[in-house]
Design a protein around this ligand. Structure first.
Ligand SMILES: C[S@@+](CC[C@H](N)C(=O)[O-])C[C@H]1O[C@@H](n2cnc3c(N)ncnc32)[C@H](O)[C@@H]1O
Length: 311
């Protein structure tokens, strides 16, 4: 990870995930095993896009990016591989609209590796922000139910059983797929547009895989410029202290690792990697200007070409 890029810490878990979604997402959204915190999505959208802009999530899950975008007056388009999650994302957008959200949202069921073919060619070059998160392996923490005298039961811990879902193709396959997806995103983005991606390191066979670091390289291979890296907290802040919001299984995994002498810590944040699509003109001066911290406001406004999805 380059040392010279701006970094800030976002207090995105002052309320727990359940409280953030209550009354804002349909109840069965909890069946998806790895959702983005609504506060992370809302802050990223408010920071890297403006009202009337078009926001895209190529791996939309239950539609957290899309829901928060339409609540903030942006239009939103998502792609999700699994029909059941795509359906849930549509239900969440309809729910948001019922609550007065003014943006329009759509979800296409398809494979993000074929993004330019899956989405309407009319939106090419118009997307202001791609906000997404890749799947991290086949099995996640899901939900825990205590059964008296029988231990605990795990449920809702898988995206799907389809071997082609990116959750099931291993690290090398995932990195290759992300290179393709980010190249497709570049075709959708307007010059100077943003890609913001939440990602966590990944434990495999007792080793920490630096997925954020690997994805920085993948984004740059796709022609994007790393712009910022932010730390989106998954733990609450109260004065000088932290309010832990760690799942049962995450704590269990750390305890087991420590019992084996591995000094493992609970992960309490998501990395939010932010890239920019270079302007159409080439040259290192323009790339450098993309990296200048907080030059966004004016650039963002000057690039704004509001695009409304059909009502
Ligand atoms: C980490 S989850 C995204 C969750 C989403 N940010 C939300 O808040 O609901 C990753 C999603 O990528 C989907 N996915 C996996 N392979 C895909 C592909 N080839 N194209 C599009 N989506 C895919 C998974 O089914 C999963 O829902």
């Amino acid at each position: 990870m380059p040392a010279d890029i701006p970094l800030s810490v976002w207090p995105t878990a002052q309320r727990n995930a359940r409280a953030q979604r209550a009354g804002r997402y349909v109840e069965i959204s909890g069946h998806h095993p790895a959702k983005m915190l609504p506060t992370i999505a809302a802050r990223a959208i408010a920071t890297y896009s403006a009202p009337g802009d078009l926001v895209c999530d190529p791996m939309a899950g239950i539609g957290s990016t899309l829901v928060e975008a339409v609540h903030l007056g942006r239009d939103a388009i998502g792609v999700e591989y699994e029909e059941n999650w795509a359906e849930l994302a549509r239900a969440n957008i309809a729910y948001a609209r019922g609550q007065g959200a003014t943006g329009h949202g759509e979800v296409v069921c398809g494979d993000a590796r074929h993004l330019p073919g899956v989405l309407d060619p009319a939106i090419r070059g118009l997307v202001a922000l791609v906000l997404t998160s890749p799947p991290y392996g086949p099995s996640l923490h899901g939900r825990v139910t205590a059964r008296p005298g029988q231990g605990i039961a795990k449920s809702h811990d898988r995206y799907s059983t389809d071997p082609a879902n990116l959750a099931h193709i291993g690290l090398t396959g995932l990195l290759e797929a992300m290179r393709t997806i980010l190249s497709g995103c570049r075709q959708l983005l307007r010059p100077g547009g943003y890609v913001a991606m939440t990602v966590r390191p990944w434990w495999h066979d007792g080793r920490l895989i630096d997925l954020p670091g690997r994805l920085v390289g993948v984004g740059e291979d796709a022609g994007l410029v790393l712009y910022e890296r932010n730390v989106a907290l998954l733990t609450g802040l109260r004065g000088e202290g932290l309010v832990p919001r760690t799942s049962f299984f995450a704590l269990e995994a750390v305890r087991k690792a420590r019992a084996r002498g591995i000094p493992r810590l609970v992960i309490a944040h998501e990395d939010l990697l932010v890239f920019r699509n270079p302007p159409a003109v080439s040259g290192s001066a323009s790339i450098r200007s993309l990296r200048e911290p907080r030059d966004l406001g004016d650039q963002r406004r000057s690039h704004a070409e509001p695009h409304r999805l059909a009502a």
